[in-house]
Design a protein around this ligand. Sequence first.
Ligand SMILES: Nc1ncnc2c1ncn2[C@@H]1O[C@H](COP(=O)(O)OP(=O)(O)O)[C@@H](O)[C@H]1O
Ligand SMILES: [Mg+2]
Length: 282
Amino acid sequence: MIQCKDLRKNFDSHEVLKGISFDIPKGSIFGLLGPSGAGKTTLIKILMGQLAYDEGKVEIMDKNPEKLTGKDKKNFGIMMDNFGVYERFSCRDNLSVFADIYNVPKSRINGILDEVGLLDASKTQASDLSKGMRARLQLARTFMNSPEIIFLDEPTSGLDPQTMRGIHKIILEKKKNGATIFLTTHNMDEAYKLCDNIALLNEGKIVEAGTPKDICRRYDHQKKIKLHLQTGEDVEMERNGESADEISELLKSGKVETIHSTEPTLETVFLELTGRKLQEEE
Ligand SMILES: Nc1ncnc2c1ncn2[C@@H]1O[C@H](COP(=O)(O)OP(=O)(O)O)[C@@H](O)[C@H]1O
Ligand SMILES: [Mg+2]
């Protein structure tokens, strides 16, 4: 659905994207992970045809994004910063404006408000919404035109974990209905949970890509099993046949409280690859 090969983009003499390649199959969620300034938003703007690129090949729905027509773009949904929120309008009126622009029947509005959990707040003015509700309104707007491709630029940035989970549920529902989703985030848990494929972007280069699980497995250098016992003791064993009896004994004795493999998290992988943290300490 979306393909990129050796994509390069400069702002004056500053090369922001330095040869990006990926392929996003229809109906999947692709996550672009990277710290602030990595080039995530720039890439989204290029894919949507809002920004020209310098080199490489980019295709979205089999077209060069620079050649997309207004009609093609009606297949896109985009959530980015505060894009498209009219502060002095109610939730319903916000969506109503959008329905007019995109020629979507107003009868859809209630259903969409319900889908994102905002039906009760339909008359609330956008400026009075909590951060989480505002994110939901932006999602509602993004979904109004039933887009085939959805771009979500840091959709849960700054939200609390519970609100975040609510939004994840809505995103997964869209995937279930067949949408192709391009998501950027600097939250590795989010990426791990939602994405079929991810790419780690650092300073304009993809430093690793694959399914979240495969990436973590690839960087499991220790290949150990960690057991935490009820006594408070931590035991580490090699992950091989020789440890099997010992682990089995411990499990049978009922002393084992938790058991883990030493697979790293995406955050640890990113740190190893770049020496940088994905997410700033809060
Ligand atoms: N319109 C622009 N003109 C010049 N530089 C830009 C412009 N947009 C983004 N940049 C630069 O490109 C880099 C990547 O920015 P961006 O794509 O917004 O990163 P991210 O979304 O990952 O935080 C940054 O160094 C930023 O300053
Ligand atoms: Mg950005």
